[in-house]
Design a protein around this ligand. Structure first.
Ligand code: HEC
Length: 136
C-alpha cells in the first residue's frame, strides 16, 4: 500500500467523526424544527388589532386568509421572526411554495403587516436581535 492509500481513508474517517460530533452537538442544543413549529402552532391564532391603523386592519385580512392555508395562522403569529428582513425573506419563501396562491401585491401587504405587527408585539425580541447583530 502506498502512503496515500492509507492516509486518504484515515483523513476521511476523521472528517466524518468531526461532522457527526458537530451535528450531534447542534441537535442537543436547539429544539428540532418540528418541535419549534409545534411550539408556534400551539400559541394564539389571532392578533388583537383593535388599536392598529385602518390600513393594517385591511392587510391583516389578507394575511389571515393567505397564511392559514397550509398551517394555522398561529405559526406566523407566534414565530420568532421579527425583523423586517426576516419577514421579507420568509414571505417570499412562502409565496414560492407550490399552490400558495399569494400574488405579489398580497405578498407586499402581508409583509407590511408582519413588519408593523412585530414592531408592536415583538419590541423586546427586535431589540434583542439588533443587539445580537451588533455583537457579531
Ligand atoms: C403552500 C403552503 C403554505 C402557505 C400558503 C404558507 N405557508 Fe408557511 N409554511 C409552510 C410549510 C410547509 C412550512 C414548514 C417549514 C418550511 O418549509 O419553511 C411553513 C412554515 C412557516 C413558518 C415557520 C418557519 C420556521 O421554521 O420558523 C412561518 C413563520 C410561516 N410558515 C409563515 C407563513 C406566512 C407569513 C405565510 C403567508 C405569507 C405562510 N406561511 C403561508 C407552508 C405554507
Amino acid at each position: 500500500m502506498t502512503k496515500q492509500q492509507i492516509l486518504v481513508p484515515v483523513a476521511m474517517s476523521v472528517a466524518m467523526a468531526f461532522l457527526l460530533a458537530v451535528s450531534g452537538g447542534l441537535l442537543a442544543q436547539a429544539p428540532s424544527s418540528e418541535e419549534r413549529l409545534e411550539g408556534f402552532d400551539s400559541g394564539p391564532k389571532t392578533i388583537d388589532i383593535s388599536s392598529y391603523p385602518a390600513e393594517m386592519k385591511e392587510s391583516y385580512k389578507v394575511f389571515a386568509a393567505r397564511c392559514s392555508k397550509c398551517h394555522t395562522l398561529a405559526r406566523p403569529i407566534n414565530s420568532d421572526y421579527a425583523l423586517p428582513d426576516e419577514w421579507s425573506r420568509y414571505v417570499k419563501r412562502m409565496m414560492r411554495k407550490p399552490g400558495s396562491g399569494i400574488s405579489p401585491k398580497e405578498g407586499k401587504k402581508i409583509y407590511q403587516f408582519l413588519a408593523y405587527d412585530s414592531s408592536i408585539r415583538k419590541k423586546d425580541l427586535i431589540a434583542k436581535k439588533k443587539a445580537e447583530q451588533k455583537g457579531d
